[in-house]
Write a protein that binds this ligand. Structure first.
Ligand code: ATP
Ligand code: MG
Length: 147
């Protein structure tokens, strides 16, 4: 499902952020990627999303070689993944409710399901009373939970 073959990544001539990574994650596997600050965890996620390209090696997701994927096919690849970003990536002009609803809308959920599920999701992460707040009005931890 997710395969890295001899993947290395260096940012603009710096030393490797990731060096010769080989990994094969199968459907249903539950994997933790741990490492010290600067070890390359976010770089790994950015390569998965094709936000960054590997300096060498191949990345294969669901049998598709993403290193050869054309630009216009990248949004479809990204819609197949759920990601909680370290830097939140919330939309500043949308409320907490609207941020969640929007993410659900673009991943193909029906309006009826969105109206039903968003309050449940907010309650799960203890943010029911922040539904109408904007990201700038939230703490870092609250923004992370919206993400
Ligand atoms: N855009 C960039 N340009 C240059 N170097 C970068 C860039 N992004 C990350 N790096 C470097 O690549 C290395 C890996 O960074 P990365 O963000 O993947 O680490 P991380 O494991 O996610 O760390 P943290 O736990 O602090 O989030 C670090 O040495 C970092 O300084
Ligand atoms: Mg990181």
């Amino acid at each position: 499902m997710i395969k890295f073959e001899n993947v290395s990544k260096s940012y603009k001539g710096e030393k490797f952020a990731l060096e010769d990574i080989n990994i094969d994650i199968k459907k249903g596997e539950f994997v933790f990627l741990v490492g010290s600050s600067g070890a390359g965890k976010s770089t790994f996620i950015k390569l998965l999303l094709k936000e960054e390209s590997p300096t060498t090696g191949r990345i294969i997701i669901n049998d598709i070689d993403t290193t050869e994927l054309s630009r216009r096919k990248i949004p479809k690849l990204r819609r197949s993944m759920g990601v909680v970003f370290q830097d939140f990536r919330l939309l500043p002009n949308k409320t907490v409710y609207e941020n969640i609803a929007f993410a659900m809308e673009i991943t193909g959920n029906k309006a009826k399901d969105i109206r039903r599920k968003v309050p449940t999701i907010l309650s799960m992460v203890g943010l029911s009373d922040k539904a109408k707040s904007y990201p700038s009005e939230l703490s870092g931890g609250e923004q992370q939970r919206v993400g």
